[in-house]
Design a protein around this ligand. Structure first.
Ligand code: NAD
Length: 356
């Protein structure tokens, strides 16, 4: 079980440190190798995804990723910015399916900004297509506007596109995941306005014919955003494109109390995966020892489950997290009156202790 560990920037190294502690405490024989990525990669090797880091990620059985990004790199040309590292890894490793479970632990019902009755018992899975859509479509850029009332001025443009095969494979992932859950899939699109997403809807409907035991509904993304905060428990599995999934999954994060609680897995066709918290590098709290490491620790649990088939070890970590929350320990992002405020390291220590 060879793991490429890429801490990255901001709070990345702090939260990864806690996840490594938890993995090490399992008493399994993992081979872990650490490499620089993002701003740290640029500072050390002149590129956010240095060759050596990419090679390590390709050779490893799984990648455990912290977060990338820092304000000091915001003025670099786009290709050298830290965020290009995660886009590059997704593309190079063929990680097309991003799984983000949004589960509300009962102890955190009060930490969500939504009323407890709206979110308590929440257990939904957002599946976001990760290597296509407007984020990768070409052509893109800034050019002279060729027509319309602003002809002659500069305009920015991107290209939204999805190939049939890209839609088919993510639809299969969603229907298969639903079979292990409540057998309901909501496909989110904007078929009323965008050609790309009418095509998406048609292909998802076609793939659904192979899954008669799973219920499929289609929903426009604007309505989905509303339903996610109105009645989130209505959903079981949500499948959607890259951009809509990016936005909806952050909204779903708040249902669970904090983005610091939300793990994710990005998988290729053979379940090789990159595992990372859903949040970014949080430069505003980096180095302060207050970041919530649980999303990263839960991402490590997803790695054990999806890439290594070690359900037992994954369950041990997830149960340890539940125990720590039941003990009342909270990092500042999920702290409420009556609970005990702890820092990043104390939270990691508590999960390690709870493993036993
Ligand atoms: P962010 O997720 O880093 O932070 C948003 C807010 O959530 C901040 O207030 C932050 O303090 C808080 N937060 C995030 N993670 C937390 C945690 N574990 N514990 C407690 N609080 C937490 O998003 P942002 O501020 O929009 O972006 C910051 C940087 O991260 C940018 O450079 C951005 O490009 C990058 N980013 C990277 C990734 C990635 O590495 N996959 C994803 C998103 C954003």
């Amino acid at each position: 079980m060879k793991i490429a560990v890429l801490p990255g920037d901001g709070i990345g190294p702090e939260i990864i440190h806690e996840a490594i502690k938890v993995l090490s405490a399992l008493g399994e024989s993992f081979e872990m190798e650490i490499a620089q990525v993002g701003g740290a990669g640029y500072a050390a090797h002149g590129h956010p995804l240095p060759e050596g880091t990419l090679k390590l990620a390709k050779e490893a059985d799984a990648v455990l990723f912290g977060a990338v990004g820092d304000y000091q790199y915001d003025k670099l040309e786009r290709a050298l910015r830290p965020e290009q590292a995660i886009l590059g890894l997704r593309k190079e490793l063929g990680l097309f399916a991003n799984l983000r479970p949004a589960i509300l632990y009962p102890e955190l019902a009060g930490a969500s900004t939504l009323k407890p009755e709206v979110v308590s018992g929440l257990d939904i899975l957002i599946i976001r297509e990760l290597t296509g859509d407007i984020y990768f479509g070409k052509p893109r850029g800034v050019r002279e506007c060729p027509d319309g009332p602003f002809a002659g001025q500069r305009e920015g443009f991107d290209t939204m596109r999805y190939a049939e095969g890209e839609i088919r494979r993510i639809a299969h992932v969603a229907f298969q995941a639903a079979r292990k859950r409540d057998r309901r899939v909501t496909s989110v699109d904007k078929a009323n306005v965008l050609e790309t997403f009418q095509f998406w809807r048609d292909i998802v409907t076609e793939v659904h014919r192979e899954y008669a035991d799973v219920e499929l509904e289609h929903m426009y993304v604007d309505n989905a955003a509303m339903q996610l905060v109105r009645a989130p428990k209505k959903f079981d599995v949500i499948v959607t494109g890259n951009m809509f999934g990016d936005i909806l999954s952050d909204a779903a994060a708040m249902l669970t109390g904090s983005i610091g609680m939300l793990p994710s897995a990005s998988l290729d066709a053979n379940s090789k995966g990159l595992y990372e918290p859903s949040h970014g590098s949080a430069p505003d709290i980096a180095g302060k020892g207050v970041a919530n490491p649980l999303a990263t620790i839960l991402s490590a649990a997803m790695m054990l489950r999806f890439s290594f088939g070690r359900m037992d070890a994954a369950d041990r970590i997830e149960n340890a997290v539940k125990r720590v929350l039941a003990q009342g320990l909270r990092t500042p992002d999920i702290h409420e009156p009556g609970t005990t405020r702890v820092g990043t390291k104390e939270m990691g220590d508590a999960v390690v202790a709870a493993l036993a």
